[in-house]
Design a protein around this ligand. Structure first.
Ligand code: SF4
Length: 316
């Protein structure tokens, strides 16, 4: 049985301007220890998927359809109390976008890391200290950091603390939403290396959310490309990088600068659609160089083009 099974998930925002279909009929699964890279432009619904997986979509959003089954439990059917006690941080933990700036300035790192251990595991502060010291070492920090306050740490150190926090209850799945944004490129590389070590050591499933396809090339086993609230292509990392099928995936890959090839960088013309009024048919058609009549009328569904490699496009 897969660790995570998301089926026909719909998460909409009910705004004064209309219903924004941020995540519209999305399905995917994840095995234990597998790393999924979820990629797409800003506003395509990636972060809304992350919030949905914790059943914590901020209002005016809510999950309006589908199921999210983790370890046999459909979290869309759980009460808020059960979600807090059984799922969040224990089964699924999340590294929120910009979370390093959300560390509480008036508590030491030790206080902040000890809290989940004391609440969820009933440990004393002294018992928590040993676990925290080990975990800080694992994320590449000296244990003396635990006595410091967030303002005494660099951006990279704070991000490592946030990663330690996400791992502290040893969850089955960690979701990292743009975990390297706002860090300089050297620190970005260090943080990606840290995730690689976590993957090898803990065999933990991870969902890595990013707008940058090149960032997850080395870490993801599987890649899902999202466009305008839908997954348009999903397959193993080798399939998606080596044989991108959807014109949008091809455009994303062509926009990455290459170090060793003298290739012109291309970009995708146009902007993503307004998700309160998405175009009929294929949502990518206004920007697609291969658009056909059928694309304007019929919505393409995900089809398996080679084993494990799915694409939603009328070209296939
Ligand atoms: Fe382009 Fe048509 Fe494929 Fe959409 S379905 S990506 S418009 S070819």
């Amino acid at each position: 049985m897969a660790l995570l099974e998301v089926k026909n998930l719909k998460t909409y925002y009910y705004t004064l301007r209309g219903v924004v279909r941020a995540v519209d009929n999305v399905s995917f699964s994840l095995e234990r220890g597998e790393v999924l890279g979820l990629v797409g432009e800003s506003g395509c619904g990636k972060s809304t998927i992350a919030w949905s997986l914790l059943n914590m979509v901020p209002p005016p959003g809510r999950i309006t359809g589908g199921s999210i089954v983790i370890d046999g439990i459909d979290i869309t059917k759980l009460s808020e109390d059960d979600l807090r006690k059984k799922v969040r941080w224990k089964k699924i933990s999340m590294i929120f976008q910009g979370a390093m700036n959300a560390l509480n300035p008036v508590f030491t790192i030790e206080d902040q890391l000890a809290e989940p251990l004391m609440i969820h595991k009933g440990l004393s502060k002294k018992e928590s200290r040993e676990i925290i010291a080990k975990l800080l070492k694992m994320v590449g920090l000296d244990e003396t950091i635990m006595k410091r306050y967030p303002h005494e740490l660099s951006g990279g150190q704070k991000q490592r603390v946030i990663i330690a926090m996400a791992l502290i209850l040893n969850p089955d799945l960690v979701i990292a939403d743009e975990p390297t944004t706002a860090l300089d490129v050297i620190v970005q590389a260090q943080i990606i290396n840290l995730f690689k070590q976590i993957k090898q050591r803990y065999k933990m499933a991870m969902i890595f959310i990013t707008h940058d396809l090149s960032l997850i090339a080395e870490i993801a086993d599987k890649v899902a490309v999202m466009y305008a609230g839908k997954i348009v292509e999903i397959g193993s990392a080798d399939q998606v990088y080596g044989n991108p099928l959807h014109p949008y995936t091809q455009g994303l890959l062509a926009s990455i600068p290459r170090l060793r090839k003298r290739e012109e960088i291309r970009w995708i013309p146009g902007v993503p659609p307004d998700l309160s009024r998405p175009p009929p048919g294929c949502r990518f058609f206004p920007r697609c160089q291969y658009v056909m009549d059928v694309c304007r009328k019929e919505e393409p569904v995900l089809k398996e083009v080679e084993p494990g490699h799915y694409v939603a496009c009328h070209l296939y």
